[in-house]
Design a protein around this ligand. Sequence first.
Ligand code: SF4
Ligand code: SF4
Length: 399
Amino acid sequence: MQGNVIIREYQSKCVRCGQCRSVCPVLDILGKEPASPRGKVYLAGLIARGEVPPGPRAEEILSLCLVCGACSAQCPSGLPVDGIITAAREAAASYRHYSPYRFMYRSFFTQMPLLGRLPGFASLFRGMAGGTPLTGRPARHQISPITLPQKKKPLMRVGYFLGCATNYLLPEVAVSVVNVLTHLGCEVVTPPFACCGLPLAAEGEAAAAKKTLEVNRRLYQAYKLDALITDCSSCSHHLTGQGLAGDAQPVYEFCEFLVKVLNPARPAIEISQSVACHYPCHLRHGRKLEDHLHQILGNIPGLSLVEIPGGGSCCGGGGSFSIKQKSISSRILQKYTGQILSSGAQCAATVCPSCIMQLRRGLKNQDMPVLHAAQLLSRSYLIGQSPIPEFNLSILMTI
Ligand code: SF4
Ligand code: SF4
């Protein structure tokens, strides 16, 4: 198994210094060594060398990980700790000849474009993610495959990587992204991309993740795009990490693209709100791109950015972690939303649909909206003149 080779290669470099322990949100809650990054790296090595057999106990310990990457960013030996843990998940599950759960999980994320055609699929997806069943249509049915800027020749042709979560859970975010990009002069093409592959890779389904990457790579090349933009920090982290398009046609996170490529003029309409900025783990640890989100929000007139005490943290979402380890996820969330509320901010903003869903769950009784940066920006640039109607403008108007 390829994963075991990777684990053995890296695990021997662990000097057991324990620095990764100080940043792990799961260890912070559970406080026990097996739940620590160091403990899971050790276990991964034992499984890879055949000293511990694959089995349910190993699976359970390895499931105590959000794949947030905080430990990898902290490790002085440069270990890709979260990568070692996900590779070990595959090894730990190898004792099963057939797992209905893994079969369904694999099918769900590899067949998403096909499944999405079934009636009721969007509501099912939303229900599984713990959201209110979707009454409107997924974003893909609400935005055009190609949207041209109004009144001007396009500056460039960009692809919009419309991820599964935004499409089915937060279609209003997709509308804001397309509105902002076209307002700033881009032709926006939204090809029928497959899942980015991160949910599969995180579950140890490396082969299936590679297949979705290949589908996306072919589409990217076929559409002849100048760049690819994603509104999701996790998609951005995974697609860049896997080398979706090589160096020639880069993949950008939404705020990164605005700052690095478009360098847009300051929007005109004031949003007089104090906003707590949540930096998703894959943005801060994976891509180290916190500055762009800060810069984009800080550029909105009237908007004041508020620091979250403790410098911000993981929201506890972690994709399927919030379903499989619901209690731990809720405890991480509760602690973090307490910190957000103590900041005194009126609103929270971020650039990850999964974090938005998780933070909305945690703040639903607190009357604090949680928005994507594109929604705030769209309002500041475009209110009342959006090429595509903003579905939940009513939410934005209340902040
Ligand atoms: S920080 Fe790196 S080297 Fe130190 S214990 Fe953790 S994984 Fe091992
Ligand atoms: S990836 Fe995050 S949750 Fe997993 S071991 Fe590392 S710090 Fe802990």
